[in-house]
Ligand binder design. Structure first.
Ligand SMILES: Cc1ncc(C[n+]2csc(CCOP(=O)(O)OP(=O)(O)O)c2C)c(N)n1
Length: 562
């Protein structure tokens, strides 16, 4: 940075800096810390200077969700600004989700002014005392890669570029920058560079000797299987994984996938359950998968070799994770796949194909409306309603086996951290990033309530981001109920129809919430009517541009299907 004579505030320079570094949107939930930014936006509007587009989100969870969804489908990080410690507190669940799913977010918050009198931007409101915290970032430090409080205008460019480089470096994740009002309203005395001077760090290529070691294992393996949850986070992985599976005849299990990694119609797509493969496999390859099996239920054969690789194969931020590994490699998933593709194919290819053929599940019997509003039927109907441009966000309820995903980028699921309330904001972010997409968020009734429905539909309407939400409404927290049954199958609670902390009765008319926000809502109770209801709801979002909700009253099913 060079010294310059300027009548700009730091807030003005900051917004321009964000735009020049590729930040297209600033999702905000404002408070008394925002005036320097609001003034800067007003000046930018007058002068026509490029700044990120401001988007008001009336709950922090929706703001984070939008930045999340946008980055998830594009890889392009966006910014969020919330109100001091209180807004930060409301953001933590979303940030924790993002950190566990490697989603970059430029997360910022104001800070209670630190001066009591006589300084521009200093305290002028009773709230400025009680809101101050000793360590505002402390509450989310575990969920971000880096945090800092901007101390002086001269630091602006260095701090912003450092924050962005860290957030974008492999594996990506959120950072947190605190912006005090005194600094934002100060005069900017430096000139900032037009482009960043700090490149993010990229994932390394695998060393040839480690590739040779994996190659030796690959040559002699009769029953190799690859397990992944997140390989598809890098869209290039779809193609590389497909070619790898074909070249070496490797069964690919997508276990609890958060990103689609291989086409469901590919012969090497081995479904979503690793257990049958693990029981027989002699070589288990794991990439971008935090939990490849549940040790309490299944483990690889004692003589099986295990290889784990990816941008952080040991998941170093997880306190406890003990999945064994003969070779552990920190390297780009795609570069590693490419290096393995270059190896000669084994003589055992036909044996492998026979094995995969034996384990292949028979084709599913198509569900039917006569069986009632089962999760399988609702999932099947949604699958039938999808086209090439449909993007599905799944937060809990979808039976994946009923859908086909044949290209990258049209299926996403929630973070392994499982902080509910993700799909609503993320769906808006996806729609913002892909204006031609049909976005469908699949949620349970509990999840819908966690997702701040009114702020969600408000933003959907205000920003013209129509998305369809399908609520699988079983009038309960089924997951909680199932957890109790699995621990105490013969227990007292198992005898109860409505155990404590499990049921959501009386069930609200959720479809009326979207109606109150000017959208289209329908309750669907008759299974045979679901396809027609889906058509009407899709018409509402595609043709009328309205947010839509289908409140689908489902059977109560305790068995998880995916
Ligand atoms: C923020 C947060 N609070 C609580 C939980 C615990 N939890 C996990 S699943 C679940 C119930 C979800 O209910 P619903 O969306 O109706 O789906 P269902 O389990 O009935 O299929 C709850 C409360 C969580 N994961 N995240």
């Amino acid at each position: 940075m060079q010294a310059s004579q300027s009548d700009q505030t730091v807030a003005q320079a900051y917004l321009q800096l964000l735009a020049s570094r590729g930040i297209e949107y600033l999702f905000g939930n404002a408070g008394t810390d925002f005036p320097p930014l609001i003034e800067a936006y007003a000046k930018a509007q007058e002068s026509g200077i490029a700044v990120p587009q401001p988007i008001l989100a009336p709950h922090e969870n929706i703001a984070i969700g939008m930045a999340y969804g946008f980055a998830m489908v594009t890889g392009r990080m966006q910014a969020v600004m919330v109100h001091v410690g209180v807004g930060t507190a409301n953001s933590i669940c979303g940030l924790f989700n993002a950190s566990r799913q490697a989603i970059p977010i430029f997360m910022t918050a104001g800070r209670t002014p630190w001066t009591e009198k006589g300084i521009e931007g200093g305290r002028n409101n009773y709230i400025n005392w009680a809101q101050e915290m000793f360590d505002q970032a402390g509450m989310l430090r575990e969920s971000v890669k880096w945090d800092f409080e901007l101390k002086h205008p001269s630091q602006l460019e260095t701090v912003v570029d450092r924050a962005m480089a860290i957030a974008r470096s492999e594996p990506p994740g959120p950072i947190y920058l605190v912006l005090p009002r005194e600094v934002l309203s100060a005069t900017m005395t430096e000139q900032v560079s037009k482009v960043t001077t700090l490149a993010p760090s990229v994932a390394a290529h695998p060393p040839p000797d480690v590739i040779s070691q994996i190659g030796e294992l690959l040559k002699s393996a009769k029953r190799p299987v690859l397990i992944t949850s997140d390989a598809g986070r890098d869209h290039k992985a779809w193609d590389a994984l497909t070619r790898f599976a074909e070249k070496h005849a490797i069964a690919v299990v997508q276990y609890r996938p958060r990103f689609a990694s291989i086409s469901t119609s590919h012969p090497m797509h081995a479904g979503y359950d690793p257990a049958p493969y693990l029981r027989e496999s002699d070589l288990v390859l794991i990439t971008e998968c935090d939990v490849p099996w549940i040790p309490d239920q299944v483990e690889p054969r004692a003589d099986a070799k295990v290889v784990q690789w990816g941008s952080d194969p040991l998941f170093e931020n997880y306190p406890l994770r003990g999945f064994r590994s003969n070779i552990t490699l920190t390297a780009s998933t795609v570069a590693t796949l490419e290096a393995l593709i270059a190896l000669p194919a084994s003589a055992l290819i036909s044996q492998r194909l026979d094995w995969v053929g034996q384990l292949r599940q028979p084709a599913l019997v198509k569900p039917h409306s006569d069986q009632g509003m089962t999760s399988a039927w609702v999932s099947y109907c949604i699958g039938q309603a999808c086209d090439e441009k449909t993007v599905i966000l799944n937060e809990y309820s979808l039976a994946l086996e009923q859908l086909q995903f044949t290209k990258p980028g049209n299926y996403f699921s929630h973070s392994p951290a499982g902080g509910l309330g993700w799909a609503t904001g993320a769906a808006l972010g996806v729609r913002l990033a892909r204006p031609d997409a049909t976005v469908i968020a699949c949620v349970g009734d509990g999840t819908y309530m966690f997702g701040n429905p009114t702020p969600f539909h408000f933003v959907s309407r205000a920003q013209s981001l129509p998305v369809l939400t399908v609520i699988f409404n079983n009038r309960r927290w089924g997951a909680v109920h199932r957890a109790t049954l699995s621990m105490y199958p013969q227990g007292q609670a198992a005898q109860m129809k409505e155990p404590p902390f499990s049921t959501l009765e009386p069930s609200p008319d959720y479809e009326k919430i979207v109606e109150a926000c000017g959208g289209y809502g329908e309750k669907v109770e008759d299974a045979s009517q679901l396809p027609a209801a889906l058509k009407r709801a899709l018409h509402a979002i595609r043709v009328k541009g309205l947010p839509a909700v289908l409140n689908v009253i489902t059977e109560i099913n305790y068995k998880r299907t995916s």
